[in-house]
Design a protein around this ligand. Structure first.
Ligand SMILES: *Cc1c(COP(=O)(O)O)cnc(C)c1O
Length: 304
């Protein structure tokens, strides 16, 4: 993993969740401060809570709000850590990583970036969004073997010193069984495929662009998505579930995501494309979505 990621060192955990639970409390503790994006993944949130550091939540992807908070909560704090997803799991949008890196440098704090959804897909070499930022040294990166890589497990990239520290401090690493060898072998093979077959991620991203365009053209509204995770905001939780069931009957697996996973009133369908989906699949999905959506409106009127 370290060779592929071009990191000094890497540590593999039994899951991405465990990687965050182990890493964040090893970096900060009581008396320190964390600055956390409002839409961060649950495992980052729980890692922050477990550390007992003070947590300041900044508005989603809002670096000027983060800047204000960093100015306000600086002097009295020993260590400070900024924590963010790189590709957000519910909206498919990306963090302003270049600006976050600058903010971290300006305020002399560390930055932890969770690339779970970006690993294997984004970046020229498929290593995620940090890959394209030259000044990312000193940044701590978390990834998972369980999404694009299709296996199981999580990992952390950083300096040799950081990884040595985690080996001695990260409790989910020390006190839990290591990754099963078959999972490790599968992930290893998956990384080799990411390296050897870039056309897979190019095909995926082209399909995602087609999907986002088709949704927009069919009146499903603008979303922040810039990736292969594409939400269709429904609003009402029950309606989202019904739409998901209708699509499943047509052979399409599009899960409904409801509060508290997403904010109240923003229940949604979350479409996750894979590189195996064809253009025809994408068109078929959008057409099915239109049909089900119209049925839904018809039902709503009938009930009234
Ligand atoms: C899925 C996900 C995780 C958890 O990874 P697992 O390997 O499934 O435990 C962590 N962080 C983010 C941002 C995720 O999307």
């Amino acid at each position: 993993m370290a060779r592929w990621e071009e990191a000094q060192a890497t540590l593999v955990f039994a899951s991405g969740f465990a990687a965050n639970l182990g890493t964040i409390p090893s970096l900060v503790e009581e008396g320190d401060a964390i600055f956390s994006d409002a839409l961060n993944h649950a495992s980052l949130i729980d890692g922050c809570r477990l550390s007992r550091a003070l947590i300041h939540v900044y508005r989603h992807a809002d670096v000027s709000h983060l800047d204000d908070l960093l100015r306000k909560h600086g002097a009295s704090v020993r260590r400070r850590l900024i924590v963010t997803d790189s590709l957000f799991s519910m909206d498919g949008d990306v963090a302003p990583l270049a600006d976050l890196l600058h903010a971290a440098k300006r305020h002399d704090c560390r930055l932890l970036v969770d690339e779970a959804h970006a690993t294997g897909v984004l970046g020229q070499h498929g290593r995620g969004l940090l890959e394209s930022l030259p000044a990312n040294d000193g940044c701590i990166k978390v990834g998972t073997l369980s999404k694009a890589l299709g296996s199981q497990g999580g990992f952390v990239c950083g300096s040799r010193q950081l990884i040595r520290w985690l080996v001695n401090r990260a409790r989910p690493y020390i006190f839990s069984t290591a990754l099963a060898p078959p999972s490790a072998a599968a992930a290893r093979r998956a990384v080799a495929i990411v390296v050897a077959e870039p056309e897979r991620r190019q095909r995926l991203l082209a399909g995602a662009r087609l999907l986002r365009d088709a949704l927009r053209q069919n009146g499903f509204g603008e979303t922040r998505s810039q990736s292969h995770i594409v939400p269709v905001i429904v609003g009402d939780a029950l309606e989202a579930v019904q739409l998901s069931r209708q699509l499943e009957k047509r052979g399409m697996l599009v899960p409904a995501i409801r509060p508290p996973s997403v904010p109240e009133g923003t229940a949604r369908l979350r479409i996750s494309l894979t590189s195996a989906h064809t253009e025809e699949d994408v068109i078929r999905l959008v057409e099915a979505l239109r049909t089900c959506w119209n049925l839904r409106l018809g039902d709503a009127h009938a009930h009234r």
